[in-house]
Design a protein around this ligand. Structure first.
Ligand code: DC
Length: 224
């Protein structure tokens, strides 16, 4: 969906992109520099997947999972996330929960359940939001829309280095295969598929550092 010129712009910078593209790091840094709040929307899908797992609800049970998503007992703190008063900051980052998040993210009722919750993160301070459909669905009136990407190989290398693995060994091959599988799932789903919004600026970070990527977003922001 493209906002028309008659709709008021929201104080939101939307940063979408595929998994391991670095959009989370870039979005968090842009938010800190501009003194805005930061929404990691993927965390909400991951939390929902983890919560379903804890309740022994399979990834395909759309309506049961949507009901969980409506009443996620989550608290976001500066450096941690609590689910039912338990710190799940690292538990939601496993590959298994990532695959679960991708599976439940394809369910329309789950996306609908999380929609308002995401919009509620916007206050007068303004927001930098990252995810897959921040620009197209959640904040179509965002003042700036960025689609941040990098080749699957570069993303797999970055993820391997992050995890302390060699960027070319068998672990790398596994990470690359997982990233390609998740890209395929996120791009091919019928509801809110991963793709740049028509009015998004494309930022390919394959040969950029985090700092250079942050600078580029800030540069676009200053020119709005
Ligand atoms: O960004 P991430 O890897 O933490 O996201 C986990 C999964 O959640 C990802 O596979 C797709 C889904 N997701 C989504 O569909 N829409 C969003 N706005 C954010 C994440």
């Amino acid at each position: 969906m493209v906002a028309t010129q008659f709709e008021p712009r929201l104080k939101v910078i939307a940063i979408d992109g595929p998994s391991a593209s670095g959009k989370g790091t870039v979005a968090a840094q842009v938010a800190a520099i501009l003194a805005r709040d930061y929404l990691d929307s993927g965390a909400l899908y991951r939390l929902t997947a983890l919560y379903a797992c804890q309740q022994n609800i399979g990834w395909k049970n759309e309506h049961e999972i949507a009901a969980l998503a409506y009443r996620l007992p989550v608290v976001f703190r500066a450096n941690s996330i609590l689910l039912n008063n338990v710190d799940v900051t690292t538990a939601i980052r496993t590959e298994n929960i990532g695959m679960g998040a991708s599976a439940i993210a394809a369910l329309p009722a789950v996306r609908a359940a999380l929609l308002q919750r995401q919009r509620d993160f916007l206050t007068s301070r303004g927001l930098v939001a990252d995810g897959r459909d921040m620009a197209s669905v959640v904040f179509p009136q965002a003042e700036l829309k960025v689609f941040l990407t990098a080749s699957a190989q570069i993303r797999a290398q970055r993820r391997a280095l992050q995890l302390g693995m060699a960027p070319d060994g068998s672990d790398y091959q596994k990470i690359l295969a997982d990233i390609e599988k998740r890209d395929q799932a996120d791009r091919s789903r019928t509801v809110a598929p991963l793709k740049p919004a028509n009015d998004a600026k494309i930022l390919d970070t394959s040969s950029l550092s985090i700092q250079e990527s942050v600078e580029k977003v800030l540069d676009w922001y200053r020119k709005i």
